[in-house]
Design a protein around this ligand. Structure first.
Ligand SMILES: [Zn+2]
Length: 326
């Protein structure tokens, strides 16, 4: 018999009104640091070592229990894609659609999402934020300042901006310049895009390499930092003067798929390895050398990516100022 997968959701509600924060771990099954950071926080709340003084806190340690049980990134597919509820009257298409149908209404009841992840290659923790304030059609948004403040307070040395726009550009590139359809774009939606579409804001924290023993601490500290920033727990007396870090800010500009099992990197890249324009990054199965199109940084290199999925991202220095209100 198949084990039954259930979602375990912890909710703490202060009697004082305040912000509504939800923290997700294990959206990808092989990323365990967020789960550990969340479990630690639940234990602290249970023991009274941590007190929620205002607002509502929801903690979901394992967002994809099937993927966790399998020890894999995905269950039947990547939970962090097509993250929108199944339309009324339709049947959920797969396991992840059923999870999405449970998690979306949960996100709807909150205004801030902290989504805890880890990555495959070596590299330091970093935070990912969405678009700048805009009223465009792709991802309209009006809470970029709050989102940037949350990212700053998580304490990583790097913050990366942009996802849906380069995803859309990647789709258009593959289609020979034809703009992506709404259905194609919907596939690019993850938890953060959904949260922003519901009037909230969201930060993804990549806590380090999957097996980095420091990654659970990064996740745990980040939950505390978010709670403190939002005024949901009392300030830590030992860090009364804690100021946000001043991380370097990068902007994702492209994503390159691995097309073939014999597509190889020229060396073992780590996230944020710097490359100069023209520098070789990888070699395609047919011998074509992929070179950096400009000076920039490798992000999420995945030497074991399945053909047809993301091989690496490319980022450049950003001119965004996270302290500026506009
Ligand atoms: Zn992940």
């Amino acid at each position: 018999m198949q084990p039954t997968d259930t979602l375990r959701i912890h909710n703490f509600s202060s009697l004082e009104p305040g912000p509504r924060l939800i923290v997700l771990g294990g959206v990808h099954g092989d990323e365990t640091c967020g789960t550990v950071g969340i479990e630690r926080t639940v234990a602290e709340l249970d023991r009274g070592e941590l007190a929620l003084v205002r607002g509502q806190l929801t903690l979901l340690p394992v967002a994809n229990p099937l993927a966790r049980r399998l020890g894999r990134r995905e269950g039947e597919r990547n939970l962090n894609r097509s993250f929108q509820p199944t339309p009324a009257g339709a049947e959920p298409a797969d396991h992840e659609a059923r999870l999405t149908d449970l998690i979306c209404p949960l996100l709807d009841r909150h205004e801030v999402l902290l989504d805890l992840h880890s990555f495959q290659s070596a590299g330091e923790a970093f935070a990912m934020i969405g678009p700048r304030d805009n009223d465009g059609s792709l991802e309209p948004f009006g809470r970029a300042f709050e989102e940037g403040q949350l990212a700053l307070h998580l304490g990583t040395s790097t913050v990366v901006e942009g996802w849906l726009d380069i995803y859309a550009a990647g789709l258009a590139q593959r289609a020979g310049g034809r703009p992506a359809s709404e259905a194609e774009l919907a596939f690019g939606w993850g938890t953060n895009e959904y949260m922003r579409s519901r009037g909230g804001y969201a930060v993804t924290l990549e806590c380090g390499q999957h097996l980095d023993p420091a990654a659970p601490d990064v996740a745990h500290r980040a939950i505390h930092a978010a709670l403190r920033l939002l005024g949901m727990i009392d300030a830590d007396p030992n860090s009364a003067n804690r100021r946000p870090s001043s991380p370097s800010l990068l902007r994702l500009v492209s994503v390159t798929d691995r097309d073939h099992e014999e597509d190889q990197f020229v060396r073992e890249w780590a996230t944020f390895d710097e490359v100069a324009r023209g520098e070789p990054i990888g070699v395609r199965a047919d011998g074509q050398v992929l070179q950096a199109e400009r000076d920039g940084f490798i992000v999420f290199p995945n030497s074991t990516a399945l053909p047809g999925t993301e091989w690496f991202y490319f980022a450049v220095a950003s001119d965004r100022d996270l302290m500026a209100r506009r």
